[in-house]
Design a protein. Sequence first.
Length: 611
Amino acid sequence: MNQNPILLSGMNNLSSFKHMKSIPIIHTICFAAFIVISTISNAQTYIRTNQLGYLPNDSKIAVAFSQSVIESNFEILDIYGKILTTGTLKKSKLNGYSEFENQYTLDFSELTEAGEYTIKINQSTQQFKIDSHTYMGIPDVLLNFMRQQRCGYNPFFDQVCHTKDGRLMYGSLPDSSFTDVSGGWHDAGDQLKYLITGSNATARMLMAYQLFPTAFKDEYNSLGQPMQNNIPDVIDEAKWGLDWILKCHYAKDQLVHQVADDRDHVGWKFPFDDPSNYGWGKNSYRVAYSANGKPQGLNKYKSQATGIANLAGRSAAALALGYQVWNTNHYDQSFAAKCLQSAEELYQMAKSNPGYQQGNSYSAPYRYNEDTWTDDMEWAAAELYRATKKKTYLKDAKKYALMTGELSWIQKDTSAHYQFYPFLNIAHFSFFEFADRKFKEKLATFYKNGIDQTIRQRASKNTYSIGVPFIWCSNNLLVDLGLQIYLYERMTGDTQYHPYMIAMRDWLLGKNPWGTSMFMNIPVSGTYPHDVHTSTWALTHKEVSGGLADGPIYYSTYQKQLGLTLTHPDAFAPFQNKYVVYHDDIGDYCTNEPTMDGTACAIMFLACFGK
């Protein structure tokens, strides 16, 4: 989860860096190497494209803006500078998320031949490429970030961390009893571990493999070391999550849902030398919270809870998917059986205790506020039916699908942090295969109505065709809305929304007001998040490829964040506005902290284009 701004407030200035162990004072000096402060010229034109590139048959729409009226056409040049085509700039009357008065769109979709090209408008230029292989291998790049987030043995550091996770609270054993819940992934820039996000990340990577089995390579072993093991790397990474879920289900009727809390937020730190203290000393045992369906947490910021079905249901779905992959591919039959047994136990736990359990905090008001659960039960029932063909699961899946319907963040312009989570009800797609014809139509309509609503409410009202509200982790919403369109296409064959899916992909890769990709080191030669809000970057100055940053937020939300202080001049200052902002700055935990679950979902989304 994003770091606690109250405890980080003293870290986001240079004087605090001087007093922090192992943090070089040259941080801001190092970052200056790739800061370019732009100044606005009335005559200058800015062009925004997908920096990674386009597939030949993609819709290809760029955005240009300027303080002055642009009266010329745009030109497309080949690598030799020859003009291939000339097009008309279309003046946009829509919101451009910008202080620039003149916004235009450029449509060059008719260009389909592979190659490298340049858009030219007066003296301004922007390069782009077209290649049918543009996205091949990109999902594997995102796996680099997932491996760097591993808890237990971390291949990025070649160190073992948090081996004493953890001491139980709220479980069936006496408080502070030990159970082994080492492993899993650190959630974001901090080192907490959440079943809320870990279960979803695990399931999404498994589904990505099921949908796109040829999209993933085998270059790493199960420990994340550069050595082939005849298993696709996405499956190795998913198993890291499955192993942790199995540990969290430490007894037939018990489930740990969170390890550590905001006592973690004591400054930049290496995971293997963690100074946080949960009452058992520094770099020692951490608290492990068992799900009991009741409000939890110390002090006044207690979580809300009505049950455990969100966590137990989603974990059951992930384990049922694990069974399918391991059983079908004969990787390990005994492991497959273990996953299925645990999945069925967790499903029964969820049915016995319907409702949701949220994340816990210790001294801050920030937590994961998930308050939905029927979608998770539909997902679990559908995947368990696929695994076992027991008709009771099919009946349950239909019941929970009707209970969930179109429930989503889509209807909201704002919501609590992770309130409607996961951000895509992928269960409708999982169940679709087994539904009768009329119910198939209903499930597809649930997706369609949500997509239509995002277009009416948002995407049709801005120059970039973006359909999400700019709440915290807006990029995660973009990824899942794009996936909803893709899955709807697979369910129905209806491709009318495909241009919006492309628009969301392109926004994430540079076609946005700031002209930056939202993925670390993608593309390597482009503009992307460098100064990310993570301890890894703060302490090592080594970039990790593939992490998806939180993304832009409403300016009104940004203003209200506690302890948020930028650490250097804003490279994107000319492109900020009073509506939505993004900062490539380690001090901005709202927009520039990469998240594990967002990255895992993006693996699935980008695999759509590289299959």
